[in-house]
Design a protein around this ligand. Structure first.
Ligand SMILES: [Zn+2]
Length: 409
């Protein structure tokens, strides 16, 4: 009686061992990726006014066809957010892959290829949203589709969020989701826009992974002095004192304070730079902190310094010692063969709202040529474009990120 159950167990276990899902056929998937990408670019989702519904409907129809369950959350009916979920065993907390469906505005007169034509020319695809953020939308979509088709066994749910309003109306997009429907997107980790791989002279040099965002703080300067006739200017003239204060602040070099991300950014950057540049970056690692405070810099009792009220995104940092960051570095090495630089981006993304809720978020993006920005081909430019080959590489990279982080070992 003891031998029989053991035999049965052996018979059940053996076939499971051979069930490692095969990797997707990425050559075959290129046409499908391009079809979805061009379809998404062709929807005019410029924000304001937004109108992301056709893009959201398209994504829903693709996911429906694959049998991936979706939910629609809309504060305003023509600006919906789409959520889809692949169920895992629940052993680990979910992974969220997120991208926004809206874009910034266009001035069609300035475009060589019309901004919603998704024209393919010379190995590029041209159109508004090609690198912000429909590249991430299509990568996340293909990741969901392929995980489902390959039947990858997951130890955590993989959640897809295509949110509206990132560029101009977060209250109907990420804020609405984070405040009213957080259960639908709550996750341990999140991948979204905000990173990139930099090519110089056509060669990949380094990958930037966004782990936090620069937060602006506004200050208000008020100068006070007695009123008097302008023909006899007083030394205590408030305008003179105020302009003096403004110019002192403008000339001020504030002290550098490094955090985990910026410290590690300069350390790693030094390892791939010329000796001269490396010296500059290493100098930033031991900053001179002798100057402090706007008040001291202005040094004028007739000028008041105070925080101005401003509506900024919430604070939050993602750590570098996580499983997600490890998987990111491994895949950067595998797909791009370059160093990973954790980056504090100067711009803002929707990840700020999720970091504030405790989700460890990392910004990723496709490889672009550093020479493209000044020539006017970058994000938000009048001739936004992406290299087709890099779009496809990014899709494979994105899939591997999700699969490596969520797949059952
Ligand atoms: Zn964006």
């Amino acid at each position: 009686m003891r031998a029989l159950p053991l035999l049965l167990v052996a018979a059940i276990v053996t076939p499971l061992i051979g069930q490692t899902p095969s990797p997707p056929d990425w050559t075959a998937a290129q046409d499908e990726t391009m079809r979805h990408f061009q379809a998404l670019i062709k929807f005019d989702t410029t924000d304001p006014p937004g109108g992301e519904k056709p893009a959201a409907d398209y994504l829903k129809s693709v996911l429906d066809k694959e049998g991936i369950p979706t939910e629609v959350f809309a504060l305003e009916p023509h600006r919906p957010n789409i959520v889809a979920r692949l169920k895992g065993s629940g052993q680990k907390r979910p992974l969220l892959i997120m991208a926004h469906t809206d874009t910034v505005n266009v001035d069609p007169k300035k475009w060589t290829f019309p901004p919603f034509s998704a024209t393919r020319d010379g190995g590029f695809v041209y159109g508004r949203g090609t690198v912000d953020d429909k590249d991430n939308v299509v990568a996340a979509l293909m990741t969901m589709v392929m995980l489902k088709r390959q039947n990858v066994p997951l130890e955590r749910d993989v959640i897809f969020l295509a949110e509206a309003g990132e560029e101009g109306a977060t209250r109907i997009g990420i804020q609405f989701m984070a405040e009213k429907h957080f259960n639908a997107i709550d996750a341990e980790y999140c991948f979204a826009e905000g990173g990139s791989v930099t090519r110089i002279g056509g060669e990949t040099k380094y990958a930037s992974v966004q782990t936090l965002e620069k937060i602006p703080r506004a200050i208000r300067l008020t100068a006070r002095g007695p009123a008097g006739h302008g023909s006899v200017p007083l030394e205590s003239n408030a305008v003179t004192h105020l302009s003096g204060a403004v110019s002192k602040v403008a000339a001020w070099v504030p002290p550098i304070r490094l955090n985990e991300t910026t410290g590690s950014y300069f350390k790693r950057l030094a390892t791939i730079s010329s000796p001269e540049e490396a010296e500059r970056y290493r100098a930033a690692l031991s900053p001179d902190t002798s100057v402090s405070g706007v008040k001291q810099v202005i040094n004028d009792p007739s000028v008041e310094v105070a925080w101005a009220s401003n509506n900024v995104r919430p604070h939050g940092t993602s750590r570098l010692g996580t499983d997600a960051f490890k998987v990111l570095e491994e895949n950067v090495t595998e797909h791009y063969k370059v160093v990973t630089l954790p980056t504090m981006s100067t711009g803002a993304t929707d990840m700020a709202y999720l970091r504030a809720k405790g989700i460890q978020c990392y910004g990723v993006g496709p490889a672009t040529d550093i020479e493209d920005g000044p020539k006017g081909f970058g994000a938000h430019s009048d001739q936004e474009r992406i290299l087709e080959s890099e779009l496809h590489r990014f899709v494979r990279f994105h899939y591997d990120l999700a699969a490596d982080l969520a797949r059952k070992p």
